[in-house]
Design a protein around this ligand. Sequence first.
Ligand SMILES: CC(C)(COP(=O)(O)OP(=O)(O)OC[C@H]1O[C@@H](n2cnc3c(N)ncnc32)[C@H](O)[C@@H]1OP(=O)(O)O)[C@@H](O)C(=O)NCCC(=O)NCCS
Length: 407
Amino acid sequence: MTGGRLGGLEIRQLGPADDIEAEVDLRRRSFGPLGAGHRTAWVASAEASIAKGQAIGAFDGSRLVASARYVPMRQWWLGRSVPMAAVVSVKVAPEERGRGVGSAMISDLLGRIAAAGYPVSVLYPTTGPVYRSAGWEFAGGKYEVVLPAAALAALVAPGPDQTGGTELRRATPADAEAVIGVKGRVHAELRHCGPNTRDPGSPSLRHWLADEDEFGYLADDGFLSYRWAHGTSELDVRELTAGSAATTRAFWQILASHAALAERVRACVGPDDAIGWLTREPVSELRCRYRWMLRIVDAPAAVAGRGYPAAARVLVPLDITDVALPGNGGRWTLEVSGGEGRLNRPGEGPDPDGPAVRLEARGLAALYAGTPMGTLRLTGLASGGSPAADAELDCAFGARAFQLDYY
Ligand SMILES: CC(C)(COP(=O)(O)OP(=O)(O)OC[C@H]1O[C@@H](n2cnc3c(N)ncnc32)[C@H](O)[C@@H]1OP(=O)(O)O)[C@@H](O)C(=O)NCCC(=O)NCCS
């Protein structure tokens, strides 16, 4: 169900006739000041969502009291990408909070995301309950590594077959599509679980590449973007994605070249990034900066759309309960083999043995993102099934999911 009323409030799609300044005011009151540079990018992104019918607002008469939107992206899961709706900018006017407006908006937005055909949805939460009650669950992290810049001057020696170089060039605002292409190729080849790529038309990516204080480099198999921070005492690496040993070393060398001024490098990378193995001494500190949540919106499409380990073989009955999206619910058989997965209704494929694993929407999301079955059982997110089924599911999904992008 989308659209509707909540205690006198009307929830509806935002349109070009709605006052963008009311949206900016709500943004400021909810998330703090918007600097002049950031305002242009933020308004462009909000207007793009509104133009595409991907933004909603809650109105008290003509007064905007809450709003939220989603942004189309792709999310990479073990070699393949799945269309993903990133939920952003969820905000309720301070005086209207705590009476169900946020929950009503999220439930409305979820209905729209499902109707638009997205298999999965991701968001960075500031609070869990609003999203958990609609079926999102913690799934992965956005990690950062902090290193002394001096430690980058001499990395461990390259391997014997790592003799090639790499060709780098500065990235420009015209490179949005090239950046998305390179990132997608690296995520696919390295079989990353969780990272997103933006839509080629994304205004925020164009603004990112146009920022004169952000220094971007592109290789055929990598993208580096960084800026000075805390004066010049730190380098803040917004992204370092590299698909070969040569590009990895070239990017870290660029950062190392600043060691005379910069004391530290703070870099957004995956939790198993090569840099953890490339410094001579154990100087890199990894931490999870933010946690993100996943919602499986269309379970059969999400299962069929992602990749799996070639060796994984699964034939497990699942009992799924999904109150908000009942089409995902009921009895399924999860079948995974040869790197492909599918959800079959009873009678559609081979018959599985044993009792069904019981999952609600949140458990399904956490499992999909690689949370071990043991953890799901300890937290009440999974029940039923058998130890043999757990072993098969862990083999198919197990991962440390991450994202590099914050939205
Ligand atoms: C987060 C926000 C959207 C919630 O809106 P809301 O209308 O107050 O939420 P609801 O009244 O629908 O509350 C739904 C549930 O979330 C809980 N909740 C809401 N805000 C919470 C918070 N900040 N911390 C902890 N729990 C919170 C409520 O207690 C309620 O729980 P219940 O179902 O167990 O009773 C709103 O507080 C807000 O705009 N905050 C500032 C901006 C922000 O952080 N946005 C979220 C970005 S991810």
